[in-house]
Design a binder for this molecule. Structure first.
Ligand SMILES: C[C@H](O)[C@H](O)[C@@H](O)[C@@H](O)C(=O)O
Ligand SMILES: [Mg+2]
Length: 394
């Protein structure tokens, strides 16, 4: 097995890409969506106004001594690039390309004093995914084959979108709508949240599930009232109603919702111990780790096994090929998320566009992955990469 000769971290000088919240004005994903910052009226209209896209895309390359290059993309930008070049690289360069477990463990242990979750886990995830891509290319196998192979022929998707009614016509099995109002907008905002879901239910068929995404914007009393007002509208789950660390609140909310209305969370959680806490405190019915943020595939495998042992679903937060190669191999990941990244959510475009070439998209709401080695994607040469920390300080 070749050794890893170089690890490189780049930022991308282009909108969109892996930091998919970085979109031009007018895009549905930045149009008055409720967030923890909604308590400040000046930050309600646009999530970019408070910096949701402040980090930018991160590209990680791992080159083996035989010249093979694996890469991956995630959210992290310059700060993640600094962590990778000045701290994580020492555990990767010189190591055998197959030593994913030891490399991951050293990266995680070495950053515990300042990492644990958040940006550092994004950086570790980016390195880990690049190493899985490299290993697949060296072994000439798709990553899903390295994970034990598919448990189904094709993957079905629900769509996260401002237009679930359009997503139904595209063959998706359900639609998740981001809610626009939080507690600070009072009863009027709550009524508007309920009304948008009621209106959407009237526009889609009974077999098409709806969910609502609250992006950490609420509190337990408000989310409980919301859940009971949505009862009867066929809302499958209420997503990420509370801040990620409010394990107690999630457990209380889950007990308080109407029978059959599920809760989900996890896209801003990281590491298997964080997900163990969500499981053992009965916080959610569906866990949604983002494989580009939770620690990468090496950690997602552990998170998923824990969840499976608790009888819980793992439906990773939209992360393009990096989650598709995983979910196709796990029974407790029966469907996947697809984020509709067209500005008016009226057509299917690759999630990380324009950063990747050969990025697969669902057709008719379903997808069969090719057997291309690694994750089966290439970097778009038209996207200008910058390597801000090539001259390492440490
Ligand atoms: C659409 C949601 O508001 C977020 O932008 C999205 O990133 C995430 O929460 C999701 O579940 O897709
Ligand atoms: Mg979400």
């Amino acid at each position: 097995m070749p050794r890893i000769r170089h690890l490189r971290a780049f930022t991308v000088d282009a909108q969109g890409g892996a930091d998919y919240h970085d979109q031009p004005a007018g895009h549905w994903i930045d149009d008055h969506i409720a967030t923890p910052m909604s308590v400040y009226p000046e930050y309600r209209q646009s999530r970019q106004s408070f910096g949701i896209d402040v980090l930018g895309s991160l590209v990680v390359e791992a080159e083996a001594d035989d010249g093979t290059v694996g890469f991956a993309v995630t959210t992290g930008g310059e700060p993640a690039a600094w962590i990778i070049e000045n701290h994580l690289a020492r555990f990767v360069e010189g190591a055998p390309a197959g030593d994913l477990e030891r490399i991951w463990d050293q990266m995680f242990r070495a950053t515990l004093f300042y990492g644990r979750k958040g940006l550092v886990l994004n950086a570790i995830s980016g390195v880990d995914l690049a190493l899985w891509d490299l290993l697949g290319k060296l072994r000439e196998e798709p990553v899903y084959a390295l994970l034990g192979g598919p448990v189904r022929e094709e993957q079905v998707f629900y769509a996260t979108t401002a237009r679930p009614d359009l997503a139904e016509g595209m063959g998706f099995i359900g639609g998740k709508l981001p809610l626009r109002h939080g507690p600070a907008e009072g009863e009027e905002g709550l009524r508007a949240n309920v009304e948008v879901m009621r209106s959407m239910r009237e526009r889609v068929g009974d077999d098409f599930f709806l969910a609502c995404d609250c992006w950490m914007s609420m509190d337990v009393p408000y989310a409980t009232r919301l859940g009971h007002r949505l009862d009867g509208l066929g809302v499958r789950w209420i997503e990420e109603a509370l801040p990620p660390d409010d394990y107690w609140g999630y457990a209380e909310l889950r007990r308080s919702l109407p029978p059959g209305m599920l809760t989900s969370t996890g896209e801003h959680e990281a590491g298997r111990l964080g997900f163990r806490l969500l499981l053992e405190m009965d916080c959610a019915d569906i866990l949604q780790p983002d494989v580009g943020w939770c620690g990468g595939l090496t950690e997602l495998v552990k998170i998923s096994a824990l969840a499976d042992a608790h009888g819980k679903l793992v439906v990773p937060h939209g992360s393009s090929v990096y989650s598709y190669h995983f979910v196709i191999t796990r029974h407790n990941s029966p469907f996947a998320e697809f984020l509709m990244m067209a500005p008016r959510a009226d057509e299917v475009v690759p999630m990380f566009s324009p950063l990747l070439l050969d990025e697969p998209v669902p057709v008719g709401g379903r997808l069969t992955l090719p057997d291309t080695p690694g994750f089966g994607v290439r970097l778009n040469p038209e996207c200008e990469l910058k390597r801000p920390y090539a001259n390492r300080r440490r």
